[in-house]
Design a protein around this ligand. Structure first.
Ligand code: GAP
Length: 549
């Protein structure tokens, strides 16, 4: 992972936000190559899900033909949106605070392991545990958790590093939220020097707040959206009434979302500002299960087709006890990011069956997610806790004349996590011959040509004999179709290496043969195969290879 992070910075994929001022935790900027890569991911998603969707026939696996359309909603919406959606009351992570270091940690991200401390002298002025036969819970949030847990246990129990074998671990590494809080007095917090400094876990709302207008009071308080989905729900009726789309219909949106994550980390994986690519798919309740299955499989295949084709990508169905009772299915598409411990996966996209929870919440008022059947949550005064819009968001089928509240399937993907997974998957070290024919280690980003930031690079072999002129014309012709790069500096081998690190799938070299016979060398980034093709065919050939069959 460190190598990838360093390549991303060096080659201009990703920079820390406000780096010259020391950076801002949880915020990232995309550099010249990164912006193209991420845009390609978003464009591929929009094209495949929305503009290129064939609404005339049922695609393979779909229960019927369906419509797809898009929206672009504001980041700041009426505060009632977030009250009715549940984000105002429920969109919280549990955090634990260490009273000694004053640091806060996400409860489910603190990793810990019990160690036997029988008869050990434990440091600390209120040393109530000294000499007691007891166990201690060593905790960490570091990525190299095994190493860190051992280091901290050795220090706490005053065991010398050479005697590490004498540490008696008790059970596997678990997360802190699986430990009884009654045992917190034995827990050594990640940056504490003595045990017993964790406070009670408590909720922390992740929504960023701001004020609309000049007066900063409760009335003007607004929130930066933590998901793009709600903009779609509250516009459902507008879309149906203003266009010719009919249920079943998917409404798509790509846009920024904001979450004040307690512990942003793992590069862009958990950021405080990120982009989502979300579809709310509205269908008849009787068909929702079939649509859920369709979207689950469709979305998995989409990521595979974009280059995450290996075993690192999995589809994980949630167990029944992970589901809310109004949902009959949720699945996550997960990727084995290299910063995660062996065998663990991180979510790229969730596909959720949400029933009619969201449309009803915006009609009737915030529903109590624990009620069954779902009813509006009441406040202490017996009135709805958060009043709905009162608008009719039901749908009338003009063929059957049936009126119903559509059920929703929600494929919700992260553009940044997707981009990060593609970066991780692409990073490869292999060997390739240098200018003298000697095999050298090379770093190559093996992006799928569709997402590669630059599609083709053009090199004149030498800066004379008419080669630069031909190469520049070719470069200009390619640029009309897609991002291309012109490079005449340094040995050709070094120019290849620079393009390998940028993930450029094809390099074209203009040489003496080009001047004489009108052919160029096309070099394939992955196979290193070089073929000669006619200069006049280059643009079409690259286009064919980049867009695929
Ligand atoms: N509307 C449903 C929803 O927002 P989610 O699982 O909270 O569901 C969907 O988010 C996707 O958004 C995730 O699968 C992930 O790819 C991305 N995402 C969520 N939080 C993120 C964060 N802090 N940083 C980067 N991406 C995030």
């Amino acid at each position: 992972m460190e190598k990838l992070v360093s390549l991303c910075r060096r080659r201009g994929f990703l920079f820390q936000s406000s780096e010259i001022y020391g950076g801002l935790n949880g915020f990232w900027d995309y550099g010249p190559l990164g912006v193209e890569l991420k845009r390609n991911v978003k464009d591929a998603w929009w094209r495949d899900m929305v503009t290129a969707h064939d609404d005339l026939d049922a695609p393979p696996g779909a229960p019927s033909a369906y419509d797809m359309t898009g929206l672009d909603c504001t980041i700041i919406m009426h505060p009632q949106v977030w009250k009715c959606s549940g984000h105002f009351d429920l969109f919280a992570d549990m955090l634990v605070e260490c009273k000694e270091s004053k640091k806060r940690y996400r409860y489910d991200q603190v990793r810990c392991r019990w160690v036997d401390g029988t008869g050990m002298q434990i440091p600390g002025s209120d040393n109530q545990y000294a000499s007691q036969p007891t166990r201690y819970l060593i905790t960490t949030v570091a990525e190299n958790e095994a190493e860190e847990l051992e280091k901290r246990a050795l220090k706490l129990l005053k065991v010398r590093a050479k005697d590490r074998e004498s540490l008696k671990w008790d059970g596997p590494v678990v997360t802190l939220d699986t430990v009884d809080t009654a045992d917190f007095d034995k827990a050594l917090a990640p940056e504490a020097t003595k045990p017993g400094t964790f406070g009670e876990p408590r909720p922390f709302n992740l929504m960023f707040e701001s004020y609309a207008g000049a007066i900063q009071d409760e009335k003007n308080k607004v929130f930066l959206r933590p998901e793009t989905a709600q903009g779609i729900f509250v516009n459902f009726k507008n879309v149906i009434d203003s266009s010719r789309v009919k249920v079943p219909v998917g409404i798509a949106q790509i846009g920024k979302s904001f979450r004040n994550e307690i512990t942003p980390r793992n590069f862009t994986f958990r950021s405080r500002e990120f982009e989502q690519m979300e579809i709310e798919f509205f269908c008849h309740p009787s068909q929702s299960q079939a649509w859920y299955k369709y979207w689950r499989d469709r979305r998995m295949k989409w990521w595979q087709d974009l280059g995450l084709a290996g075993e690192r990508l999995i589809l994980r169905d949630h167990d029944a006890d992970e589901l809310s009772h109004y949902s009959t299915g949720t699945a996550d598409i997960e990727y084995a990011f290299p910063f995660l411990p062996e065998g663990e996966y991180g979510e790229l996209e969730g596909i959720a069956h949400r029933g009619d929870f969201d449309l009803r919440s915006h009609m009737e008022g915030k529903l109590d997610p624990n009620s069954n059947p779902l009813t509006v949550q009441l406040g202490e005064d017996g009135k709805p806790l958060h009043k709905g819009s009162g608008r009719d968001l039901t749908y009338r089928d003009d063929v059957t004349n049936e009126r119903f509240t559509p059920h929703v399937i929600e494929p919700s993907a992260g553009a940044d996590r997707g981009t990060l997974a593609l970066l991780c998957e692409a990073y490869t070290e292999d060997t390739a011959p240098d200018d003298k024919g000697k095999e050298q280690t090379r770093v190559v980003m093996k992006f799928h040509p569709r997402v590669a930031p630059i599609k083709a690079a053009v090199f004149p072999l030498v800066k004379k004999d008419g080669m630069p002129e031909i190469a520049k014309d070719l470069y200009r012709a390619l640029k009309k179709k897609f991002p291309a790069f012109y490079d005449e500096k340094g040995a050709v081998g070094r120019r290849y290496r620079r393009q390998d690190e940028a993930g450029t799938p094809y390099c074209l070299t203009v040489d003496g043969e080009t001047v004489q016979h009108g052919t160029v060398t096309l070099r394939d980034r992955d196979s290193l195969e070089q073929v000669r093709i006619k200069l006049d065919d280059v643009v079409e050939e690259i286009e064919r290879r980049v867009t695929g069959p």
